[in-house]
Design a protein around this ligand. Structure first.
Ligand code: SF4
Ligand code: SF4
Length: 442
């Protein structure tokens, strides 16, 4: 099916200072930690049940948590050693306590035996999905939706377009940019696996035009690997929040995801470039998902892109980057727009952690709304942030639903443009969390 692509950006969204301090910093593996903390719930969907006990020896890559639920991804030990404790950590996106294993390292980095298939190209779709689920893969762009679920559209839903998302539109973050430059072959191999599973008509690789080296590199690899007829790179205007799934497919394809719906409702699946690389590792190498690339940036002495075993405490990453430089006001998991504040430096890197940003924030005074309308103009979902804030502040959470609060994906654009410094996203987060609590007690 022919599709008329739109690549010029949109009337909504904002142009932000990029502050990509680490775009030229190659990915560095950091030394293995003495201990890791592995939460049993690191995906959207059901949590895992424990498969090991305190005192048990484990190997790197060994599955230590799983569930029978479909919308779930298992978790693995990321170093070898002993399950020395079972603890609780507060999961930043939900604010809910989550059970977690503490593994104390034996210093040997002993691994389970990986079982790469003899003929990966001969695997059936069912076998591929089994390997992806078994590896514990989730969307690495931050959404953490289990990858095998995204690759299994319900009966009757035909996917005609796959978009590989290399936009990385948030300021400061460069982990996807470096993954495209350093793991390009694996990304394209992973995308080819996605093609085999979904058989779409169109496959686009969307990259913002502020990453010309990544565009050039992947163009050359597409030719060298014989994918010229299959994959098309689409350079997009650098504009926030271009990389958000719904805005991306609206910008590129002109398709609107229905309220409460998913991209697959309009025939599209979007995957992050890092996820495609991890799909290659799972299918071709039988490798469980135990490490990822994390940008450590902002007020640290030496900002870097690091290859980190999941479960490594944030403190280790910041120390490896020379420590905090100056007066840090806040540690944020993610970028400055959508990131979540994390006060505990012993909190671990999890599957969804693409960036640790050390912010030098100073207190900001919230003022009254002056009805300037900037937030309405900037919202990529055409919502009315003023009404969401008004009703959230008043505790009238059910009224927030009348203004489609479920369609807010917390991009922070409205708060960024607000001259009155109103923390609109915080109000919408509170309202959403209260609505979830109410729904659970009904
Ligand atoms: S209301 Fe939600 S979706 Fe709209 S700009 Fe604000 S945070 Fe983004
Ligand atoms: S941008 Fe801020 S001040 Fe302007 S209408 Fe929106 S909430 Fe009010």
């Amino acid at each position: 099916m022919g599709i008329r692509l739109r690549t010029k950006g949109t009337s909504y969204g904002v142009k932000l200072p990029e502050n990509k301090l680490t775009h030229e910093s190659p990915i560095e593996p950091i030394p293995l930690p003495q201990k890791v903390i592995i939460p049993l719930h690191q995906n959207l969907g059901a949590p895992c049940q424990a498969l090991v006990k305190r005192g048990q020896e484990v190997l790197a890559g060994q599955k230590i948590g799983d569930s029978e639920r479909f919308v779930n991804a298992p978790v693995h030990a990321t170093i070898s050693g002993e399950i020395s404790a079972i603890t609780t950590v507060i999961n930043p996106p939900t604010g809910q306590p989550v059970a977690a294993f503490v593994i104390t390292s034996d210093g040997a980095d002993r691994w389970v035996e990986l079982e790469p298939p003899e003929e990966p190209e001969a695997l059936s779709v069912k076998e591929i999905l089994g390997k992806i689920r078994g590896a514990g893969l989730v969307g690495l762009g931050g959404a953490t939706f289990p990858t095998h679920v995204k690759l299994s559209p319900p009966e009757g839903k035909k996917i005609d377009t796959v978009i590989l998302n290399g936009c990385e539109c948030e300021p400061y973050i460069t982990s996807d940019h470096r993954v495209m430059l350093e793991y390009g072959e694996k990304i394209l191999s992973g995308l080819n696996i996605i093609r085999k599973v979904l058989s779409p008509h169109n496959i686009y690789i969307a990259i913002e035009d502020n990453k010309p080296d990544a565009i050039d590199h992947l163009e050359k690899l597409i030719l060298a690997m014989g994918f010229k007829e299959d994959f098309k790179i689409i350079p997009l205007k650098s504009q926030y929040p271009m990389g958000a799934e719904k805005t991306l497919l609206n910008t590129l394809l002109g398709r609107e995801v229905p309220i409460g719906g998913l991209p697959l409702d309009v025939g599209v699946v979007v995957h992050n470039v890092g996820t495609a690389k991890a799909i290659h590792d799972a299918v071709f190498e039988g490798r469980p998902f135990v490490e990822r690339v994390v940008t450590v940036t902002g007020a640290v002495k030496n900002p870097k892109n690091l290859l980190v075993r999941l479960g490594t405490p944030l403190r280790n990453l910041i120390d490896y980057c020379g420590g905090i430089d100056g007066k840090a006001g806040e540690i944020v998991l993610g970028g400055p727009m959508m990131g979540i504040s994390q006060p505990d430096l012993d909190f671990p890197v999890t599957k969804g952690t693409g960036c640790v940003l050390v912010k030098e924030s100073s207190p900001i005074r919230e003022r009254d709304c002056i009805s300037c309308g900037r937030c309405l103009k900037a919202c990529p979902m055409h919502l009315m942030p003023t009404m969401l804030t008004k009703y959230a502040k008043a505790g009238r959470y059910d009224d927030c639903k009348k203004f489609y609060i479920d369609n807010c994906f917390e991009c922070g654009t409205c708060a960024y443009v607000c001259p009155a410094n109103i923390p609109i996203v915080q109000y919408t987060k509170i309202a959403k969390s209260e609505l979830i609590k109410r729904a659970a007690t009904r």
